[in-house]
Design a protein around this ligand. Structure first.
Ligand code: SAH
Ligand code: SF4
Length: 385
């Protein structure tokens, strides 16, 4: 017997090819894609406008397999965080941030991360593995349809969408898991799937220069670059990857990207670390560094975690730093910290796997669920109060 194919792994062109293999016309692929990504169908039986024979064929050969949700927390400010099982004891996090006029989903692309930035708890857990397309797009699929359920929206394509923006700013370095990331991006943009505009999808990178160029050719979405330092010496000490791709190369790559980008600026993320990178002199050095790159700055107050040995800059310092950039005509925002109470803030996305003392507990919990729910393990949504 051939292995079941997971339709969440396929981009639009691959789904057309798959339908071709089944002897079906290309428009069937569009129908299927709409059922999966716009109506959140979990089974082929629900796809009532497909011929019964096709539905039966699919039932024996394919699945719609999103990763299982291990836990589901909602913060006092409405931020919702899911811990998603990606197998072999690994879990990643997906975070929904509701705002007045938009809902942003922050998704992960790797379990752990090899870049090992000094201020990031994901980095501290090391690299575990790359996520598959189904695991990346499956986070959007799961979150969109969970949110619709909560809101009492039964089903339906456009107009009822809860997630209006996606940011690849969760766990992992997306450009070091390039092909699955790009396939997932294509699905986000496809009109028969999520239909998001390229401006509403942002990929954040620590600066993998050759892959920034590759992204500009394959799927140029909005780009955020984690800068965090105003000179190479400081950046080397915070982001080891800087030794391979120093700031001059990174700035040049950003400029090249702008020729293809959906927005006419790069967003520079800058994590505010007390006494490390937050002086007025650093801000002035930054102004020089980015003078040829149209950009906006997003200052992120550092989210501390045990064993980082780093502290968040004070609010007055962050304000003063942002004023230096603003005075130089650079649009600068200070990121509001969301989801603090459920560890969903930037850089706290380590999953419970990061904390080695809790690994055992988590594994026990998963085993317990598996024995309780057996085959239905993947359908569990545990609401933790
Ligand atoms: N690997 C990618 C995307 C994931 S990290 C990248 O580094 O860009 C998303 C953002 O959170 C990055 O800007 C990252 O630098 C920032 N970040 C990481 N740890 C943080 C922490 N402890 N506090 C605040 N921001 C942090
Ligand atoms: Fe990886 Fe980004 Fe964390 Fe650095 S900040 S360790 S690149 S996830």
């Amino acid at each position: 017997m051939t292995a079941l194919i997971n339709l969440l792994d396929l981009d639009p062109a691959q789904l057309v090819a798959y339908c071709g293999e089944l002897g079906e016309k290309p428009f069937r692929a569009k129908q299927l894609q709409r059922w999966i990504h716009q109506f959140g169908a979990r089974s082929f039986e629900e796809m009532t406008d497909l011929a019964k024979s096709l539905r039966e064929k699919l039932t024996t050969r394919a699945i719609i397999g999103a990763p299982a949700v291990i836990s589901d927390h909602t913060s006092a400010d409405g931020t919702r965080k899911w811990l998603v099982d990606v197998g072999q004891g690994n879990a990643v996090e997906t975070v929904f941030i509701p705002e007045e006029n938009r809902g942003t989903l922050c998704i992960s692309t790797q379990a752990g991360c090899a870049v090992n930035c000094r201020f990031c708890s994901t980095g501290k857990q090391g690299f575990n593995r790359n996520l598959s397309v189904a695991e990346i797009i499956g986070q959007l699929w799961m979150a969109e349809f969970e949110l619709r359920k909560t809101k009492g929206v039964v089903a339906g394509p456009k107009g009822e969408r809860q997630i209006t923006n996606v940011v690849m700013m969760g766990m992992g370095e997306p450009l070091l898991n390039f092909a699955p990331t790009v396939t997932a991006l294509r699905l986000m943009l496809d009109d028969n799937a999520y239909g998001l505009s390229r401006r509403r999808v942002t990929l954040s990178t620590s600066g993998v220069v050759p892959m920034i160029d590759k992204l500009s050719q394959e799927c140029p979405v909005a780009l955020a670059v984690s800068l965090h330092a105003s000179n190479d010496e400081l950046r080397d000490s915070l982001i080891p990857l800087n030794k391979k791709y120093p700031l001059s190369e990174l700035m040049a790559a950003c400029k090249r990207y702008l020729e293809f980008a959906p927005r006419d600026f790069i967003t520079f993320e800058y994590c505010m670390l007390d006494g490390v990178n937050d002086s007025d002199l650093h801000a002035k050095e930054l102004i020089q560094l980015v003078k040829n790159v149209p950009c906006k700055f997003n200052l992120i107050p550092f989210n501390p975690f045990p064993e980082s040995g780093l502290k968040r800059s004070g609010n007055l310092r962050i304000k003063a730093f942002s004023q230096v950039l603003l005075d130089a005509g650079i649009v600068t925002t200070i990121r509001k910290t969301r989801g603090d109470d459920i560890d969903a803030a930037c850089g706290q996305l380590a999953g419970e796997v990061q904390d080695r003392t809790r690994v055992q507990l988590r594994m026990q919990k998963m085993d317990e669920y598996k024995s309780r729910f057996g085959e239905n393990f993947g359908k569990i949504v545990e609401i933790v109060q």
